[in-house]
Structure formats: C-alpha cells, structure tokens
Design a protein around this ligand. Structure first.
Ligand code: G3I
Length: 445
C-alpha cells in the first residue's frame, strides 16, 4: 500500500479539515465555470482519461487541472503495464497519474483489472487452475497497492460479444474458467478494497440491445445472489456508425433500477461544431436525468491525443481551445460562463482541424472556425504545413502565404453569431510527408 498525500491528509486535525472544507466551498463558488465544478453542483464528477507521458506538457496539465475532478489512467493500470511478468508489479506510470490527481484534489477511477486486451502473453498460456490464481493475485496486487485511493474500479471490462447473440466474448478467462470468472473477480475485488465501488464496464451497451440485455441479466443475477457489484460503466464511444442511442437515458435508468450506480466511463463523440455539441448535450442530460448516474468521464483531454484523433471527438481541440461541445457540456451541467470566453464583450473564436479526404499523394484539410460567446465580424487562423507539403487550392477563405505558414481570413464568411461556425478547406500535395498541419490560435474581431 502507498503512503500518499491523501493518506497523510486523512490524519489531519479537525481544524485543518474545517479549513479545507471552507477552501473547497470557496473554490466551487468561484469556479462554476469549469466542467468539474459545474458537475459538482449537480452532485456528479466530471473526469477524463489521462496518459502519464503527457503530464509534462504545460497546456495539457493546465487544462486537466483546471477542468476535471476525476481521472482515469488511459493505459497505465492495465495488466500489460502493471504485471508484465508474473508476480512482478510495475506501478511507476500509474503512480505518476494518481499522485498528480491527488495533488490537485481529483478522484481516480481504476481501469481495468480483468480484460482480454492489453493482456501479457504469459497470462494466456496458463492452465485453468493457475489462471484463476493469477487473476486473483493480479486483482489483489493492484487493488492492494491503491487501497483507499480509487473511487471506482472497472473490475471486468468488455466480457460480452458484439452482435445479436448476447454471448460472452472468448478470452483466456472465459475459455478456461467459464462464466464464473466474472463473479469470482468481483468477490476478490470486494475483499481487496471494500471502500471501492466495483463496476462492470463495456461498450455498445449504451442503448437497449442484445448486448446490454445480456449485461443487464448478469447484473440482475448478481444482485439477486448477493455477488458484490456496485456500478455499471457505459463507455459511450460514439460516431456516425454508432450514434448516441435514442433510448440512452432509458437504458441507464433500467440498470439503475436494479440497484447499481451507473457511470459514463469513456465518452467521446466524433464530429465537430454544433452537431457534436448537440450530441454531447444529449449525453449529459441523460446522465443528469438518472439520479444514480454518478459521473461522466471523457476519453481524453485533447483531440490530438485521442485514440480516435482523426474524428476530433473530445471537448478541447489540438490547441487546447474549448470547442462548441465544451460550451454545450458546461451549459448542460448548469455551469455559468466559460474561462476562455470572458463574457465582457471580448471577441473570441476557436479553430479546429479535420482531415476530410486522404489519398496516396495528397489530402483535403478543413478548419472549422467557431465564434465564442459574442458575435464576430471577422477571424484569422494560421495553418503551418510540414516543410515538404504544399497547398494547391483553398476555398471559403482568403490565404496569404509566408513560407509554409498560411494565414487565412474570411472570403464571404467573416460574420458569425455567438457560438456559430464556418469552415474553410484546402487541398495539400503530400510530397512524401503524411504529417498533419498545425493550426494556430484563432483571433476574432
Ligand atoms: O506506448 C507505446 C509506444 O511506446 C509505441 O511506440 C506505440 C507503437 O504502437 O504504441 C504505444 O502504445 C499504444 C498505447 O495505446 C499508448 O498510446 C498501443 O500501441 C495502443 O494499442 C494503445 O491503445 C489504447 C487502446 O485502449 C488499446 O486497447 C488506447 O490508448 C486507449 O485509449 C484504448 O482505451 C480503450 C479502453 O481501455 C477500453 N475501452 C475502449 C477504449 C478505446 O479503444
């Protein structure tokens, strides 16, 4: 078990605790303009996935620390990262995230104890009896190390198949231990850290369908037999092939009605502009409508480090500018104002880049310009191309070029209402480089 900032804090005197409470109250009153504080006003946490290797980037850390109240290590607590060979636990990267979070007063979600993916090969080669021991040892090793420091653990992740069958997914655990491995993992987890909420987590279970029905039946069975389960995580990775389901709220509610909390655990929605913002609003509103929906986590801080970076699915663009989706989430959470938008007549805009077409020798890029909280009559954005690349045409904008930097101003589309978007596009010859251009900060007038 670790000796941490949080453990030391627990030993604080009553006076110190009272002072901390006052500080927390002042913080939340002053900062209902961040995701974490607005969600706290609704009795929820608002978290993000975090990668340890980005914590040294100033803008990344500043955005994380300002906006979020919970973190989930994106990869650092997975089996391949924490027990790469049997019995040898490596916690360095995960500890960095937990220490950072605790230093900022954020909570930590644990992801994940038993999963078929990112599983070292030694696990798959064990026989049934050894595998059962190894699974329980892994749960005890990880949960013991972080005992008392994790608000919710994804005990088992993605154990059901996609498609209409509702069957369990093939994995070393399923194939060698049978259906009972999930129950055994939860029982071991409860004993390892009785204070942690124990979740089952999966994707494509966000609406009512065969897969979510199968998970529902399992949770109902666990509750009826006293198998310890506290929460169900709905990953909520959405795009045009897998849109926010119309029965999302209803599905969250039916699980909650079984007597478990529900959490949105890995939210991201591909897209941009007002359509993406509207989808984010639907998700936040669904969670707020279900009293046992205790919090939401987006799967990354910035589009540029998303596992689906091409789909720009997050709340901050690659330059850490707030997107319309950010404003929509803050507003749905009842937040007031926006630190990037002073609300004092200052004119602001954001610029978000997407690659819209790609072929061997070239690609089309698009930059979406979105006005902040005030109407604007013009904007300026810079696009810096990798040295080898050249732009052959540009539309819906007026470029001036200096070396590989294009400064783009409106052609016909300078006037934007508050929160409204326009975009310009361009065709690039790769000349051997497939790298993405960098889009600079948008300025408005
Ligand atoms: O760190 C190595 C780097 O050293 C190496 O050069 C590079 C070459 O491929 O790989 C890097 O590791 C990658 C790692 O992300 C860190 O970026 C892995 O290849 C890559 O497979 C891994 O992807 C992660 C994925 O899970 C793996 O299954 C994503 O970051 C992570 O966002 C994603 O998260 C999952 C959740 O855990 C479960 N639900 C779905 C979700 C999205 O797939």
């Amino acid at each position: 078990m670790r000796m941490t900032v949080r453990r030391l804090t627990r030993a604080a005197t009553a006076g110190l605790v009272a002072a901390a409470a006052l500080t927390a109250a002042a913080h939340s009153a002053e900062a209902a303009d961040t995701l974490g504080s607005a969600a706290a006003g609704q009795g929820r946490y608002f978290g993000t996935a975090v990668a340890a290797n980005h914590l040294g980037e100033a803008d990344y850390a500043a955005t994380l620390d300002r906006e979020f109240s919970s973190v989930t290590p994106e990869n650092e607590m997975k089996w391949d990262a924490t027990e790469p060979s049997r019995g040898t636990f490596t916690f360095g990267s995960a500890d960095r995230i937990v220490d950072h979070a605790q230093g900022q007063g954020m909570d930590v979600r644990g992801h994940t104890l038993v999963w078929h993916s990112q599983l070292p090969s030694w696990v798959g080669s064990l026989g049934a009896s050894d595998l059962r021991t190894a699974m329980n040892d892994h749960i005890n090793g990880l949960m013991g190390h972080y005992k008392g420091e994790i608000h919710s653990w994804d005990v088992v992740n993605e154990a059901f198949q996609d498609g209409g069958s509702g069957a369990r997914r093939s994995s070393p655990f399923q194939d060698k231990l049978g259906n009972g491995f999930i129950e055994e993992a939860f029982r071991t987890a409860r004993a390892a850290d009785p204070a942690a909420k124990l979740c089952y987590n999966d994707y494509n279970t966000d609406g009512v369908n065969a897969k979510s029905n199968a998970v529902y039946d399992m949770v109902e069975d666990f509750k009826s037999r006293g198998v310890p389960i506290d929460c169900v995580g709905f990953q909520s990775h959405f795009n045009s092939n897998s849109p926010v389901p119309s029965d999302y709220r209803q599905n969250l509610q039916r699980f909650a009605d079984l007597g478990v909390d529900v959490q949105i655990t890995e939210l991201d929605i591909e897209g941009s502009g007002s359509a993406q913002a509207a989808d984010y609003t639907k998700v936040v509103e669904a969670c707020l409508a279900v009293s046992r929906c205790t919090g939401m986590t987006v799967w990354g801080v910035t589009d540029k480090y998303s596992w689906r970076s091409g789909g720009t699915p997050l709340l901050f663009d690659g330059n850490y500018q707030e997107k319309p989706a950010y404003d929509a989430v803050l507003s749905a959470l009842g937040g007031s104002g926006d630190p990037g938008d002073p609300g004092d007549g200052t004119l602001t805009c954001t610029a978000t880049y997407t690659r819209t077409a790609d072929w061997s020798s070239g690609y089309n890029g698009q930059v979406t310009i979105t006005a902040g909280g005030e109407p604007i009559s013009s904007w300026t954005a810079t696009v810096t191309l990798p040295a080898q690349q050249s732009v052959s045409s540009l539309w819906n904008g007026t470029p001036t070029r200096s070396g590989n930097v294009m400064t783009v101003r409106p052609s016909w589309n300078g006037t934007l209402a508050a929160g409204a978007s326009t975009s310009f596009g361009f065709t690039v010859a790769k000349n051997g480089s497939d790298a993405a251009p960098a889009v600079g900060t948008c300025t408005a007038s």
